[in-house]
Design a protein around this ligand. Structure first.
Ligand code: SF4
Ligand code: SF4
Length: 187
């Protein structure tokens, strides 16, 4: 049974003098090497240079606010349950009188943390959320870090800033073009 059409017939024929000297093969190898030498390099100098991230890219998480600026998350925990990497943890709290402008629901996440070392950016938390509260931005990567303490993201890094609202696939979003991909979308 033939599993592939890439099989090659081998032969025991004697090598010629040129083949025994390996020179032609060495020259062929050098030509290939020189060809690669002058080609455009596929590598980039990250993090100084950043690639364009496509619309299906899943990057930095964002905890959304509603149109009135209130946090949408109700600390139901569904995202944490859906997370295969167990990267999400939270502490729920009850909204008290006077906090209606801060939190949309009666229960909110007093603490919401994502361990980015665990996260595999699968997007399941986004899909599980019944409040459209958590999204993975398609235009922003999690930045390079040097300290383990910095990689557990709390609400200070996750809740969206009012001047940096994120709307998926909407290039006209009023966002600060701090990332190359956002600038490109705007252009
Ligand atoms: S993207 Fe996936 S791994 Fe990361 S926090 Fe969400 S569910 Fe967990
Ligand atoms: S982000 Fe969504 S799924 Fe996760 S706790 Fe908040 S409301 Fe629930």
């Amino acid at each position: 049974m033939q599993l592939t059409n890439r099989s090659k017939q081998v032969s025991n024929k004697q090598m010629t003098l040129a083949e025994k000297m390996y020179l032609p093969e060495i020259v062929k190898g050098l030509i290939i090497t020189m060809g690669h030498f002058f080609r455009k390099k596929p590598t980039i100098q990250y993090p100084e240079v950043k690639r364009y991230l496509g619309p299906v890219f899943r990057g930095h998480h964002v905890l959304k606010r509603d149109e009135q600026g209130r946090e949408r998350c109700t600390a139901c925990g569904l995202c944490a349950v859906a997370c295969p990497a167990e990267a999400i943890s939270m502490v729920a709290a009850e909204r008290v009188k006077g906090e209606e402008k801060l939190y949309r629901e009666e229960k909110y996440a007093a603490v919401y943390e994502i361990n980015m070392l665990r996260c595999i950016f699968c997007g399941l938390c986004e899909e599980a959320c019944p409040k459209q509260a958590v999204y993975l931005r398609h235009d922003r990567m999690v930045p390079v870090f040097t300290d383990r303490e910095d990689i557990v993201y709390g609400k200070d890094k996750l809740v969206e800033k009012m001047d940096d609202r994120y709307v998926r696939n909407n290039p006209s979003v009023d966002a600060t073009p701090t990332e190359p991909s956002l600038s490109r979308l705007a252009g």
